[in-house]
Design a protein around this ligand. Structure first.
Ligand SMILES: [Zn+2]
Length: 421
């Protein structure tokens, strides 16, 4: 399976869609005599000790039985601990299946707010996830809102938590990055670090992708400097094996250092350039256009996109006000779109211009023009046709998996209105 397909698989599974493109059945991966990995959409790890087992991440709910089966031969003793590297659905979906009477479940303290926030905004997230990942029909509410999530962990810690089981030392560190509750599990004796999604093997073996510092489906800021510091914390351990939430193990300290350093430096670079531009008085769109990853990083944008990261950092620091007085008020620019259509003498010249823009390789400008027309006549066929062309152009020219998902959503919506397949 290609890595892009792998990303697709993970994301689809993360929201409960069936696996469709898996070509060969996954096999359990033996990391050493006591550490085993179920390499599914999100990896599940089992650490055996003479006094019982420790499960690190429980995977996607739909895949949990498969993970348990894969690890079954090794899981002959009681599961004493479950450790959650973070609270995303693709890592906590199998908790109920792995939990036994007396199992301790450990997470970093920010886990509680993370899962509550996702639950609190269920009505916001469910349709957006469905839209992005082609999940039809789109679920409709009513959504409860403001109700707390189920909190499974029995142990919550702030900075570090250590325990020993059957003579094996486990050291847990807070390493915020993709989420504020991210933690790293360190096994000092075997020099293995489990780092969750603070490193994603998407795009590997090479070239790999820049990380996803801003999720279009909706996310709180993923603080770049936290992420950088967390990677430094992992590097300082001098691990010999790094095991992440998605993708293959990274083996050997030299290779780990090469990959994690490149990842860290790319995040730091985009952060620093954004800050430099903000201090120079540049607006967010200028910086989205200007900031490019230098070739030395050799990272694609198949998963995370640099321009979205720039905007995420900018807005994360500055909030929504862009110093334009018109944007202080509740009347958006689109409130005058119908007037512009009238002044243009109707939709036709605007649609014509949109098509010219698309033809000239400026599909986003074409899209903006269709927004103007559709604001006053949302079923205008010529504008919908032009919109479809712009979206299909963009879809054809992107390698980014997440962008593709949202473009597909736009394409489906336009086709639906046009009554075409
Ligand atoms: Zn994940």
């Amino acid at each position: 399976m290609s890595r892009i397909a792998g990303v697709a698989l993970f994301l689809c599974l993360a929201i409960g869609m069936p696996a469709q493109d898996r070509q060969e059945p996954p096999k359990v991966v033996k990391i050493n005599d006591s550490v085993f990995m179920a390499p599914l959409g999100a990896n599940v790890y089992l650490v055996k000790t003479p006094a019982g087992n420790v499960v690190i991440d429980t995977g996607i709910a739909d895949q949990a039985p498969e993970a348990r089966k894969l690890l079954g031969a090794e899981n002959q003793a009681a599961v004493k601990y479950i450790i959650l590297t973070h609270g995303h659905a693709d890592h906590i979906g199998g908790i109920d299946l792995w939990k036994e009477p007396g199992t301790q479940i450990i997470a970093q303290r920010n886990y509680v707010e993370l899962v509550n926030y996702v639950s609190r905004l269920e009505g916001f997230f469910v349709p957006r996830n469905a839209a992005a990942f082609n999940r039809t029909p789109v679920p409709v509410g009513p959504w409860a809102g403001n109700f707390g999530a189920k909190i499974d962990p029995t142990v919550l810690f702030d900075e570090t938590y250590k325990f020993s089981l059957g003579g094996v030392e486990f050291e847990l560190f807070s390493t915020p990055g993709e989420t504020p509750d991210h933690l790293t599990v360190w096994l000092p004796a075997s020099k293995i670090a489990f780092i969750g999604d603070n490193y994603n093997g998407f795009g590997e073996p090479e070239p790999m992708s820049f990380p996803n510092l801003f999720a279009l489906r909706g996310t709180k800021p993923r603080w770049a400097l936290d992420w950088v510091r967390s990677i430094d914390k992992v590097l300082a351990l001098k691990p010999e094996i790094v095991l992440s939430g998605h993708g293959d193990p990274i083996v050997g300290n030299a290779e780990i250092t090469r990959k994690l350093t490149r990842y860290r430096d790319a995040i730091q670079y985009v952060h620093d350039e954004t800050v430099k531009g903000m201090n120079a008085g540049k607006d967010v769109f200028t910086l989205m256009q200007e900031i490019k990853l230098p070739a030395k990083f050799d990272l694609t944008e198949s998963f995370g996109k640099v321009s979205w990261t720039v905007r995420g950092i900018y807005d994360g620091y500055a909030g929504w006000y862009d110093m334009k007085p018109s944007n202080m008020y509740d009347s958006p620019a689109s409130s005058v779109y119908p007037d512009l259509v009238r002044l243009a003498g109707g939709p036709e010249p605007l649609v014509r211009l949109a098509l010219e823009k698309i033809e000239a390789g400026k599909p986003v400008e074409g899209l903006h023009l269709t927004d103007v027309v559709l604001a006053s006549d949302r079923n205008n066929r010529a504008a919908l046709d032009a919109r479809l062309k712009a979206l299909e152009y963009l879809r054809e020219h992107t390698e980014n998996y997440l962008e593709s998902g949202f473009l597909d959503y736009g394409i489906r919506a336009a086709k639906e209105k046009l009554g075409v397949k």
